[in-house]
Design a binder for this molecule. Structure first.
Ligand SMILES: C[S@@+](CC[C@H](N)C(=O)[O-])C[C@H]1O[C@@H](n2cnc3c(N)ncnc32)[C@H](O)[C@@H]1O
Ligand code: SF4
Length: 464
């Protein structure tokens, strides 16, 4: 198997191109969604998607918003609770949501993929997760080989529970680790030892999960190069199939829990870059391939194959091997994508629950892409997933003259080519090793909602 390209680490390029930018889990990005798009629009777009010549099969997402303790760095939409009834009340509302949404989909549209995210899906007991699965299967037909994944907080599940999840049919899991150093864990209020993580991963291996993934974050308070490399070594020795290495997004004006982080304790930009560089090099040495943005995977993982054969796609969970599916999402803040439309649920748990109890699909905002949006979304997806763009493909599909349509963008691309981030290919361009860390900065050029060279401050995380 041919190796994927390796990213080059260059401090000057990071200074110039490593600033803030959207993560492009969708285009247009969520800040563009409008509250003029509501329940009626959602029902209409589902109906239209049923009538397409080949209606897409489905990917389901359920946002389980609960966590028992607040991690101070957390930027996810979650509710901290120890309530024993929260899980059952949540399931009752999910059942209402399924009853309201599922009848609008034709019954021959099969679920090929399911993901439980959060919050912490394993806040629910195994019995509650079993019930959730039964509800989903009652309302949608499932492919027996569907990819079924969930996010796991190692503190909230026992090895026995991991085997139980496999028996329920889950075949992929992602384990939140972040950092294994005791002082860092203390500073972010998330404490678990390496043995707990090893036990969860060991149980997942024994239960024959198809893919095990680990989340790490660099840039957390009290992190040092030596400390983070101990974390990285411990994780490498557990050999997860995939590793996500997130750059800590510190946006305390948006995420209240982050106000409890002592900014004095954050690593300096220099230390942070050194941590990033060491981790990148060490993961490569250990045989991990760079997929794109923050994702690494072992060579025989399906993400690597998809990256090589061009079938990799991007969705709200990051990179995925399943393209061409409509995404139907449940739970507070969850975002659906049906063909060219996005619909996001009420963000707050109570608002979401009240809308459902009143008999409404709890869509709060959304958007239907116009042709320009779809064209730019296709280009951004190609950059983020394959690192290549062929102008001819876009001209054929969208009936336009690429050079005329993207006159300004091509001028900005030329600067990237001068800086050595991309190579012209004759029919378009390809991102090379120097550009690989800056996929978001390259994609950003085609974002019509960000004016040339300007990204609003404090809305998006740093690219590197
Ligand atoms: C929903 S959590 C994963 C599941 C579970 N709640 C847990 O923490 O183990 C999703 C992931 O987002 C990442 N994350 C959360 N807040 C972040 C932030 N401010 N910056 C970067 N990554 C963040 C963490 O790596 C976390 O594992
Ligand atoms: S990182 Fe995970 S466990 Fe921690 S608060 Fe966020 S969602 Fe909850």
């Amino acid at each position: 198997m041919s190796e994927l390209m390796r990213p080059t680490f260059d401090v000057d390029l990071i200074k110039k191109y490593g600033g803030e930018g959207p993560r492009y889990t969708s285009y247009p990005t969520a800040p563009q969604f409008s509250d003029r798009f509501g329940e009626r629009d959602y029902i209409t777009v589902i109906g239209e998607s049923n009538r397409l010549p080949i209606p897409a099969d489905l990917s389901l997402y359920v946002h389980v918003p609960f966590c028992s303790n607040p991690c101070f760095y957390c930027g996810c939409n979650r509710v901290i609770t120890r309530s024993k009834t929260a899980g059952d009340e949540f399931l009752a509302n999910i059942e209402r949501e399924l009853e309201l949404v599922s009848p609008h989909f034709d019954r021959d549209r099969v679920v090929r993929q399911l993901h439980l995210g959060g919050g912490t899906p394993t806040f629910l007991t195994l019995e509650q997760i079993e019930r959730l699965l039964a509800l989903l299967k009652q309302h949608f037909p499932f492919d027996p080989d569907a990819e079924m994944g969930l996010e796991i907080d190692p503190r909230s599940v026992e090895p026995r529970g991991v085997a139980g999840l496999r028996k329920l049919g889950f075949n992929r899991l992602s384990v939140g680790v972040q950092d294994l150093e005791p002082d860092v864990q203390q500073a972010v209020n998330r404490i678990h030892d390496t043995a707990t993580v090893a036990a969860v991963i060991g149980a997942a291996r024994a239960a024959e999960f198809d893919s095990i993934s680990v989340d790490l974050i660099y840039g957390l308070p009290l992190q040092t190069t030596a400390g983070f490399s101990r974390t990285v070594e411990a994780i490498i020795s557990l050999r997860p199939d995939r590793i996500s290495l997130f750059n800590y997004a510190h946006l305390p004006h948006l995420f209240k829990a982050q106000q409890r982080i002592d900014e004095e304790q954050l690593p300096t930009p220099k230390t942070k870059l050194a941590i990033f560089r060491n981790t990148l090099e060490r993961l490569m040495q250990a045989g991990y391939e760079f997929i794109g943005m923050d994702h690494f995977a072992l060579p025989d993982d399906s993400l690597v194959k998809a990256r090589q054969d061009g079938s990799l796609v991007r969705n709200f969970q990051g990179y995925s091997t399943h393209g061409g599916l409509d995404l139907v999402s449940f739970g507070p803040s969850a975002i659906s994508q049906i063909h060219d439309s996005f619909a996001q649920n009420e963000r707050k748990l109570d608002d979401w629950a009240i809308r459902l109890q009143e008999g409404h699909i709890p869509v709060a905002r959304g958007l239907t892409r116009n042709t320009d949006d779809t064209l730019r979304a296709t280009i951004i997806d190609r950059i983020m997933c394959s690192g290549q763009l062929n102008y001819g493909d876009m001209e054929k599909r969208f009936e336009l003259n690429f050079g005329r349509y993207f006159k300004e963008e091509l001028v900005r691309l030329a600067e990237l080519a001068d800086d050595g981030l991309i190579d012209w290919t004759g029919q378009g361009f390809a991102v090379n090793g120097r550009g690989l860390l800056f996929l978001r900065a390259i994609a950003k050029i085609f974002d019509a909602y960000l004016s040339a060279n300007h990204t609003p401050k404090g809305r998006f995380s740093r690219i590197v």
